[in-house]
Design a protein around this ligand. Structure first.
Ligand code: 3NM
Ligand code: IFP
Length: 538
């Protein structure tokens, strides 16, 4: 008998004998997994007739006993009882949990598939005598589960479920994520998936094909265990989190590094912004390239100091955006994401959410309407892609900016009369099956105040070109990457240049030219103390 409270959910193998590679058997794959660190096994054989299923179950049970790992049976409560397995896993359409508990008794492990927060509310009603753990999924698309009824929820979806467990105080309930989990995305899932209150993260990861379909299931398992032992997701090597105050006299070093390193800034952006963004990039001593050709993304991302600016006002098809995100994440190069018109239309909302689940971003920048939507705080639809929100409630915007930074583990920027910058990266650190180092309210956040520049609203690509500026400053950092410092420098530089340009220009046409001149002059002279707007930590 396996004591329930000792179950280790770290690496949960779910079997599937329909995908076995040549020369392997269900037992050989399970044994390779058990030998190399699988901590929990679930026999899930949807197409197998009962007699065979029981024979397989007895063999797998013997293996599990040998390695001291519990065996869970999927769906088949009768089989679980017949062989005295350690527990069962049931889905939403299987036998109701109270009935399963009545049959199995209090000592057995009961798992439930969960995809929606109302299912968490239900399991809380049953209390600790009900569900012992939940499989949260599916996180990403997978071919393993036939006719799935749920759409992939992405890391944010997992975080919402973890948040619901906290909200309904289901402290006893353990969690694993499942669905399309492989070495290329598991590090990010471990880092990004956490409850909004920062107190709960995943207790483990569940895989089917990564091990069951592996020609060498042993090394596949080892690779997963290595990843699961980590406490940092290095999406930018050397990333540090600046929680002390930031002073304008630190800005010169950031500008100098961009000048020295001349970062390549790949723009995938809207047609309106392309030309202006390229000119802003050149004015800031960086090298722009506009490319939407998937096949060259990997190569570009490996160019020293390459940085991706993704502006979804672009007409690039979704898979181009996803390919770019994956290429730059794989090369551990920063991505600046500008979810233009985030929730202005259903199309943009879905496209932007799809991009957001596809990778990790160094910086997410938006106007107040976009940031409020991303934080889930907007009062309904935005109008168009211009700012839209003119409420003066700065504290609401500060809260929204922090929530976005925390939810996406990124440096978030909210532009407006006052610009707001928050750092939710925790320098890539997390506590496996513990919690983050605090909740959204505790993260570093700064405001940059330099008055309103009404004319900024009358030119195209003014917001988009702040994205180019941020990318130039982030792209320049080297060694200890303080993304927050780079972003604060970029936002201050851009706002100050906007001020200068609006005082010199004779209308919106000349404003464009004056803005590039001001950026060029401020960048070249590199005397930030002459122009830097005031920065306050909030
Ligand atoms: C068994 C199962 N349940 C899911 C859910 O979303 O509840 S997804 C899934 C299959 C996961 O297989 P793979 O690791 O090969 O992607
Ligand atoms: C449908 C399922 C969802 N989740 C899980 C697990 F991850 F193991 F909890 N197992 C399943 N069979």
């Amino acid at each position: 008998m396996f004591a329930k409270e000792n179950v280790d959910y770290t690496l949960y193998l779910v079997t599937d004998s329909t995908m076995l590679p040549e020369g392997t058997t269900l037992e050989s794959q399970v044994e390779a997994g058990l030998k190399n660190g699988v901590t929990l096994v679930q026999l899930r054989e949807k197409e197998t007739p009962t007699k065979t299923f029981i024979q397989e179950a007895l063999k797998v049970q013997k293996l599990c006993k040998h390695y001291g790992v519990p065996l869970i049976i999927n769906d088949r409560v009768d089989v679980a009882l017949a062989i005295n397995a350690d527990g069962v896993h049931v889905g939403q359409d299987d036998m109701p949990i109270p009935m399963v508990r009545k049959l199995l008794g209090p000592e057995k492990i009961i798992g439930w598939s969960v995809g929606y927060t109302h299912e968490v509310e239900q399991l809380t009603k049953w209390g600790p005598e009900g569900v012992d753990y939940i499989g949260i999924g599916m996180v990403f698309p997978t071919n393993t589960k036939k006719n799935p009824k749920k759409a992939p929820m992405g890391p944010v979806g997992v975080s919402n479920i973890l948040g619901a467990l906290q909200e309904y105080e289901a402290k006893w309930c353990k969690t694993v994520a499942i669905g399309g989990l492989h070495p290329d995305c598991i590090p990010r899932v471990l880092y990004q998936c956490g409850s909004p209150d920062g107190r709960r993260m995943l207790d483990g990861i569940s895989v089917v094909s990564d091990i069951m379909a592996a020609p060498d299931a042993g090394s596949a398992t080892k690779k997963l265990r290595d990843i699961l032992a980590k406490k940092r997701y290095d999406f930018i090597p050397g990333l540090i989190s600046n929680s002390t105050t930031f002073h304008p006299d630190q800005m010169a070093e950031y500008l100098d590094r961009t000048k020295t390193n001349r970062p390549l800034i790949q723009h995938i952006t809207n047609k309106v912004h392309q030309n202006f963004g390229a000119n802003v990039t050149l004015a800031l001593g960086s090298s722009p390239i506009m490319s939407e050709i998937n096949s060259e993304f990997k190569e570009l991302s490996l160019i020293p100091h390459a940085t991706l600016l993704l502006n979804t006002g672009s007409v690039a098809p979704l898979e181009v955006l996803i390919d770019a995100v994956k290429a730059y994440n794989e090369s551990q190069r920063p991505i600046v994401f500008d979810p233009v018109g985030y929730s202005a239309t259903e199309t943009r909302l879905n496209l932007n959410n799809h991009v957001l689940t596809a990778g990790q971003f160094a910086c997410i920048k938006g106007n107040s309407g976009e940031i409020l939507s991303l934080a889930g705080l907007s009062q309904g639809k935005m109008k168009g892609v211009d700012s839209g929100y003119n409420g003066s409630d700065l504290s609401l915007l500060i809260k929204a900016t922090k929530i976005v930074a925390y939810r996406y583990r990124t440096v978030s920027v909210c532009t407006g009369k006052t610009d707001i910058v928050a750092d939710g990266t925790f320098a890539g650190a997390y506590e496996p099956s513990g919690g983050m180092l605090g909740d959204w309210s505790s993260i570093p956040c700064f405001t940059i105040v330099c008055g309103d520049i009404p004319i900024m609203e009358c030119i195209t690509a003014s917001g988009c070109s702040l994205g180019s500026t941020i990318a130039c400053l982030i792209g320049g950092v080297s060694g200890n990457a303080n993304v927050l410092g780079a972003v604060l420098t970029a936002v201050t530089l851009y706002k100050s240049a906007g001020q200068k340009a609006s005082s010199r220009c004779r209308g919106s046409g000349s404003f464009h030219v004056e803005l590039i001149d001001a950026l060029y002059q401020f960048f070249t002279s590199n005397q930030p103390l002459e122009w830097a707007a005031s920065i306050h930590q909030v």
